[in-house]
Design a protein around this ligand. Structure first.
Ligand code: UDP
Ligand code: MG
Length: 311
């Protein structure tokens, strides 16, 4: 069986359109399937529409969370409830066209554990978003070490049961999904597709969230920023030593005309800035340790309505 996992948050406008396009694609496959909608605390009519769908169609399960937990956690909740031998992750806004699913499944039949959909070009996105995305992938490529993030790839992908089980072992609270997918490894393959603009509704992303996502990506995959802090400290110390020697020698040889206020102020401000910056970096990591140490559950389930169909 193939499970399709769909996280959604306030998506009443596209839900039905998505379901009918998905059904059209899946019916043609001649393969048993289910779709798991994760209602991530929607405040609109999404849940009602979901219940309507699940009454009418036997493949629909609903995982209803107690509040909005964010896409990564909602996705995890859905994956936890997937029963398939392969799982497909897809957005509900029709930016990931369901018509690509047969290609993903073909890749799985070929024996790949992970078949990810890779955007050929980014339509309906501003130049700025494209640029920031490009910079992000560049940076991650340099610091990711042996974990490589495939560029222009979202969460839209197929995973085999064994790679899903591996993924689900990672219960960390700070979930940078792209990174977790890559960390798991296994033979993978890209399927190219054209990403459509959003069908209806509005994106939940903005630059603040993208910035936070980048910080999440970096801090959950590497401690390089901590090392940078160390090297920065070392460099400043070496410079200070040389400068101190210079002052002492100058004072001994030419007595001590008190040096300028400007240079003193500059050095003090620079050092203060560097110290606060490195403290901030340490804080980022410490905050994450704090959050993980609490060991809270990832999400709270409000209700689970399994599909009527049994396999
Ligand atoms: N989503 C979610 N919880 C959230 C935000 C988003 O489940 O807190 C879902 C959303 O309904 C959609 C998917 O995640 O199915 C991608 O969201 P969106 O289209 O807003 O992001 P973008 O495609 O712009 O990156
Ligand atoms: Mg979208």
């Amino acid at each position: 069986m193939v499970s399709v996992v769909v996280p959604l948050f306030n998506e009443e406008d596209v839900l039905k359109a998505f379901q009918s396009r998905l059904t059209a694609v899946m019916e043609k496959l001649q393969h048993p399937w289910e779709v798991i909608y994760v209602n991530d605390g929607s405040k609109d009519r999404s849940l009602e529409i979901l219940k309507e769908l699940s009454n009418r169609e036997s493949q629909v399960s609903i995982v209803d969370l107690s509040r909005n937990f964010g896409k990564e956690v909602a996705l995890t909740a859905g994956l936890d409830h997937a029963k398939g031998d392969a799982v497909i992750v897809i957005d509900v806004d029709l930016q990931d066209p369901p018509e690509v699913i047969p290609d993903l499944i073909a890749g799985w039949y070929e024996g790949f554990d992970v078949v990810y959909a890779q955007r050929r070009k980014r339509e309906g996105e501003t130049k700025m978003k494209r640029l920031t995305a490009a910079v992000f992938y560049r940076v991650m490529q340099h610091i990711g070490g042996s974990v490589r993030l495939p560029p222009n790839t979202g969460d839209f992908r197929l995973m085999s049961r064994r790679s899903l089980d591996a993924l689900l072992q990672m219960r960390e609270r700070h979930r940078f999904m792209k990174g977790l997918f890559a960390w798991v490894g296994f033979p993978s393959k890209a399927v190219l597709y054209d990403r459509a603009p959003r069908a209806a509704g509005t994106t939940k992303w903005n630059y603040r969230r993208l910035w936070n996502l980048s910080i999440e990506g970096i801090t959950s995959f590497t401690v390089i920023p901590l090392k940078i802090a160390t090297y920065l400290g070392a460099a400043v110390a070496v410079f200070a030593l040389i400068f101190a020697a210079h002052i002492v020698i100058k004072t001994l040889m030419f007595s001590n005309p008190v040096a300028g206020y400007a240079s003193l102020m500059a050095v003090m401000l620079l050092l203060g800035g560097v110290q606060l910056l490195t403290l901030g970096i340490i804080g980022e990591y410490l905050g994450r340790v704090f959050n993980e140490a609490k060991g809270r559950p990832l999400y709270i389930l409000q209700q689970y309505i399994p599909a009527a169909i049994h396999f």
